[in-house]
Ligand binder design. Structure first.
Ligand SMILES: Cc1ncc(C[n+]2csc(CCOP(=O)(O)OP(=O)(O)O)c2C)c(N)n1
Length: 373
């Protein structure tokens, strides 16, 4: 079904959420209709923030907002759904639109399998009635579901549309653009020329996939790299604790701007600890490139300034190959907690693969290698 039709049927004019590849059609339709507009459509840093914005919209207007998310974001949303919007608290209505990755019976990556298996149960546990939108759901069936939601929304309930793979399409695809000299993969390739045997913790999405493939291309194994395939936004916290407990090792974190923003508080924790052996790279394409390229607010937020304000003793910016090389060399020599922001452009190889080792194999090899020191 065309995402535009869904928007029309819902009759909602305030959307917020975190993009998802399975909701690409919806995200594009929202961008075509409203762009980024505080009155109609905002991309949130995380799904909990989106639920809170939808609550604020209701408080201000008495109307119902929609929150879109990949099912991975259910966890981020659970807290405000239980303690803010639930009928035992304020009873604030909203419609969740949840991309169903890892649906049982549909092949998907390991980080989606458990989340996919518990997606409907989690909604049920949260007292959220749901309707599953499939590729063959007709407009009449959707209209019936939307009509059935209305009395629940009037009671202040949250309801959900769970979107199967291929269920939403977009009439007019948006071409997202963010220009810079380097691609993310080129930046990671340049990093690998400097890291030697140092452990690397990489973020969710294509950055980890590119790191994996670059190791293969270099004929190296994967034991230096911890690929944070799920739990977006947490790579830097994982790296922080590794750095603190392996002080003899220089630890690199390869982060994304969307991920860094999703749990920005981690920067304050890292800045308070100041592990001298941690170098935090943020590959900033001002977008959620992995899921389609929808913008983040990293185009306007100054992440190096945030890191400096959080207590990072050294922050560096790189925008092309020579400045990145200089920043990496300086970060290595400095011997103090450093943030390196690298401006990268949107885009990735069409033939980019996925890790061929399992997360457990990755963990075991990474731990064994760290234990050698
Ligand atoms: C909690 C959660 N919400 C949403 C997603 C879906 N998701 C995977 S990667 C990604 C984009 C990450 O953006 P960024 O960190 O800027 O890296 P980029 O893809 O641009 O390299 C999103 C939204 C997710 N995995 N987890």
């Amino acid at each position: 079904m065309l995402a535009e039709k869904l928007i029309d049927q819902l009759g909602i004019d305030y959307y917020t959420g975190v993009p998802d590849s399975q909701l690409r059609g919806l995200c594009d339709a929202l961008m075509n209709r409203w762009g980024i507009d505080p009155k109609h459509h905002l991309i949130a840093a995380n799904e909990g923030n989106a639920v809170a914005m939808a609550a604020g919209y209701h408080l201000a207007t008495g109307k119902t907002a929609a929150v879109y998310m990949q099912n991975s974001g259910e966890g981020n949303a659970v807290n405000p759904l239980a303690s803010l919007t639930h009928g035992r608290v304020y009873g604030i209505p909203m419609v969740l639109i949840v991309g169903w990755r890892g649906e049982p019976g549909v092949h998907d990556e390991p980080q989606h399998v458990h989340q996919g298996a518990v997606t409907l149960q989690l909604l049920e546990l949260m007292d959220i009635p749901s309707f599953i939108l499939s590729p063959d759901t007709s407009e009449d069936e959707l209209a019936d579901a939307v009509a059935a939601f209305q009395p629940l929304l009037r009671e202040g309930r949250v309801v959900a549309l769970v979107v199967r793979k291929g269920a939403l399409t977009c009439g007019e695809k948006v071409k997202y653009v963010h220009e810079a000299a380097l691609t993310r993969e080129e930046a990671i390739a340049q990093l690998l020329a400097r890291t030697g045997d140092d452990p690397i913790v990489s973020t969710t999405g294509k950055a980890s996939r590119e790191l994996f493939e670059l190791r293969e291309a270099r004929g190296e194994n994967h034991s230096r790299d911890f690929l944070t395939v799920g739990s977006m936004g947490h790579a830097s916290s994982i790296a922080l604790a590794i750095a603190a407990h392996r002080p003899g090792r220089r630890v690199w974190c390869v982060d994304g701007d969307g991920a860094a923003l999703m749990h920005l508080g981690a920067m304050a924790t890292i800045g308070s600890v100041k592990p001298a052996n941690l170098i935090h790279l943020v590959l900033n394409n001002a977008a959620h490139e992995t899921v389609g390229g929808m913008p983040t607010v990293a185009g306007t937020a100054d992440l190096p300034a945030v890191a400096a304000a959080c207590g990072y003793p050294l922050v560096l910016r790189a925008w092309d190959a020579p400045s990145l090389d200089a920043a990496l060399a300086r970060a290595r020599e400095a011997g103090c907690l450093t943030l390196v922001e690298v401006a990268v452009r949107l885009g990735s190889r069409a033939d980019l693969g996925r890790p061929t080792t399992t997360p457990k194999e990755n963990k075991q090899a990474f731990m064994a290698r760290l234990a050698e020191d």
